[in-house]
Design a protein around this ligand. Structure first.
Ligand code: ADP
Length: 642
């Protein structure tokens, strides 16, 4: 039983393939985690790194409380089950299950004078595992006398008897036929409940992932796309890839544009003579710049959210016409295929093809032109280029019309003084207000509409002057008087940034160096000179002693031989510096006073660097990065090491 923590894990194979990029995840004890994604997305590589069968190029893997990057697989207290069972053909089932236990070294004591499990202990564990898996009657058989499903049970048995902290399963069911797969799926879920162990399961099959995982990691091209519960992945996919990967039949994706006209939004479907006007309230969370009638979007709707039922169609604000091409009758339900383009064929996947999931009694036939009601509460919207959701569950920004007048920022009937750090000419602006910049305890009165718990965050929905605002930064109970964290806002005039938010990170170049020095040490009361090797971090040409934690991470990630050749990129936040006697020279250009907080804006080389300070600074100051907070990236591969 154990927690796992994967921090900035990367895998670069010797041939240069970057199979896993910046994998970050905390896995709780007893979770059933599934890694899913198309072939080659890096899921097995990640699993094999956890198992210790593959070196970790960079990052930190913790099992329980121990960093295990350099720990041998046999010492990690994990068990792995493979697709091909990997059983010994000449041994009986009993011996196959017992084999690992017989070899295992344990602590010597009176009961275990040889440092091995006793025959009785092994027998007990094998019989218990066989009982759990229902293979007791086959213990005397050889693997070749068993079916695929039974063989996979044996390999599960071999893993169970080790009583591992973590069970790793790599496509364990892909060699089985469909029926057996469904049955074994249920059995593995049951096994998980019984064993109370953390399971990590790799599959390319989304149905398997959805039915088994407590949380699912969807991967593509070595990158995590989304980590979430099956329900949330289905209802709130964060991009088009996840939306299309999860669920059958695949989500309908229509290409089109959105245009706000007062309280309505006109949805135009491209390549079809189709347009609907619907209430703006469906688009509260959407970024307004997508409502300009020009930016291309993808409108996603699952088949079950498109209804042909006459009563639903009659009452729906969103009805679209399509031409039926064919039906798939699945017994209890029917999939009706067609196209919103009357010339379209309904068979090929396209941006006008429509699939609707209907009850079994649906009276339509090929060639019919029928009306379908779209359930816009279940609509998904994606940017056509980036494919990211533009209707996020937690909106990152609020977009508002604003005006600056004599140092005051006016928006939604409010007037707030701009802090000295922000200077903007009088005029009209677009205000970008991040949802974490609306904080509790200011002078603005807003009405709380809802507070929705989403994962670790709470999304507060506020009404201010009849307009919806979203915040993730309110303190519970103080929702109704709000303030703005001015250092995070941006003001746009004619599409250009007139006021930028304060930069959150500054990056510096550098390397790690090794220096030899002589230190005086005391040996038996006498002082002696001793040569020592020290590691230094060079940041912008200035040397700082490397904390042990950082030098060992760099050496582990980059291998000791090459670590000193690698260009590093250091990242510091405005809160990540000490002002010191010596250090990186920085010329203070001005003070940025945001009211509650002050920052010195310094020039370091070509760069503007923000440094949090209590007092006004001027002239040249010296900065020492706070190595507790610093981020370090191997520059050429873009791999985060610290
Ligand atoms: P998945 O399990 O999702 O199918 P893998 O983790 O096996 O994907 O592979 C991820 C990527 O790494 C693929 O591009 C694959 O070709 C590559 N890869 C896997 N193993 C090796 C290896 N031993 N050497 C080089 N490249 C590899």
């Amino acid at each position: 039983m154990a927690k796992l923590s994967l921090k900035h894990i990367y895998k670069v194979y010797p041939n240069g393939v970057k199979a896993v990029n910046d994998f970050n995840m905390e896995i709780e004890d007893k979770e059933f985690i599934v890694f899913v994604g198309p072939s080659g997305c890096g899921k097995s590589t990640t699993l094999r790194m956890i198992a210790g069968l593959e070196d970790i190029t960079a990052g930190e893997l913790t099992i329980g409380d121990t960093i295990v990057n350099d720990m041998e697989p046999k010492d990690r207290d994990i068990a792995m089950v493979f697709q091909n069972y990997a059983l010994y053909p000449h041994m009986t089932v009993y011996d196959n299950i017992a084999f690992g236990l017989r070899l295992r070294r344990i602590e010597k004591d009176e009961a275990h004078p040889n440092g091995k499990f006793t025959r009785e202990e092994i027998n007990e564990r094998v019989l218990e595992a066989a009982n759990i898996l229902g293979i007791t009657e086959y213990l005397g058989r050889k693997p070749k006398e068993m079916s695929g499903g039974q063989r996979q049970r044996v390999s599960l048995g071999r893993a169970i008897v080790r009583e591992p902290k973590v069970m790793l399963l790599d496509e364990p069911l892909s060699n089985l036929d469909a029926k057996l797969r469904t049955q074994m799926r249920a059995e593995i879920s049951k096994l998980h409940a019984k064993l109370n162990t953390t399971f990590i399961y790799v599959t390319h099959d989304q149905v398997e992932a959805m039915t088994m995982g407590t949380r699912i990691v969807v991967m593509k091209n070595g990158f995590i796309q989304q980590i979430d519960t099956p329900k949330n992945l289905y209802n709130y996919p964060s991009n088009k890839f996840v939306a299309g990967f999860i669920g059958t039949p695949q989500m309908n994706f229509f290409e089109g544009t959105l245009k706000q006209e007062g309280d309505l939004v006109r949805i135009r479907f491209d390549y079809a003579d189709a347009e609907i006007a619907v209430p703006f309230s469906y688009f509260y969370k959407a970024r307004p710049d997508y409502l300009d009638g020009e930016k291309k979007v993808i409108i996603g709707l699952r088949a079950e959210n498109i209804s042909l039922e006459p009563e639903t169609v009659k009452n729906s604000p969103a009805v679209i016409r399509f031409k039926v091409s064919h039906k798939e009758e699945l017994g209890n339900e029917t999939l009706v295929y067609g196209d919103i383009n009357m010339e379209g064929d309904g068979f090929t996947e396209s941006s006008t093809r429509l699939i609707a999931k209907c009850g079994e009694e649906i009276d339509v036939k090929a060639g019919d032109v029928v009306n379908a009601a779209l359930d816009l509460d279940r609509m998904h919207l994606f940017d056509k280029e980036t494919e990211e959701s533009i209707l996020p569950r937690i909106p990152g920004y609020n977009y508002l019309d604003a005006e600056v007048k004599g140092g005051m920022l006016c928006f939604l009937g409010q007037k707030v003084a701009l802090p000295p750090a922000i200077t903007a000419a009088d005029g009209a602006y677009r205000l970008l207000l991040p949802s974490d910049a609306i904080v509790s305890g200011g002078s603005i009165r807003a009405k709380l509409v809802s507070a929705e718990k989403i994962g670790a965050q709470t999304l507060y929905s506020l009404d201010l002057g009849g307009k919806r605002l979203f915040s993730v930064a309110l303190t519970e109970g103080k929702e109704e008087s709000i303030g703005i964290d001015m250092k995070k806002i941006a003001l746009l005039a004619n599409g250009e940034e007139a006021v930028r938010p304060m930069p959150l990170v500054s990056s510096f170049g550098g390397v790690m160096k090794k220096i030899k020095t002589v230190e005086t040490v005391e040996v038996k009361g006498k002082e002696k000179a001793k040569k020592v090797i020290k590691f230094m971090l060079t940041v912008e040409g200035v040397d700082f002693p490397a904390p042990e934690r950082i030098s060992s991470k760099l050496i582990a990630a980059l291998t000791a031989k090459r670590v000193f050749e690698k260009q590093l990129r250091y990242e510091c936040t405005p809160y990540g510096f000490f002002l010191t006697e010596t250090g990186i020279p920085a010329t203070v250009e001005r003070m940025a006073d945001y009211g509650a907080e002050k920052f010195a804006v310094c020039r370091v080389g070509e760069q503007e660097v923000y440094v949090k300070t209590e007092e006004d600074l001027s002239g040249v100051v010296f900065l020492t990065p706070d190595f507790e907070q610093i981020g370090i990236i191997q520059a050429d591969m873009d791999i985060r090491i610290v």
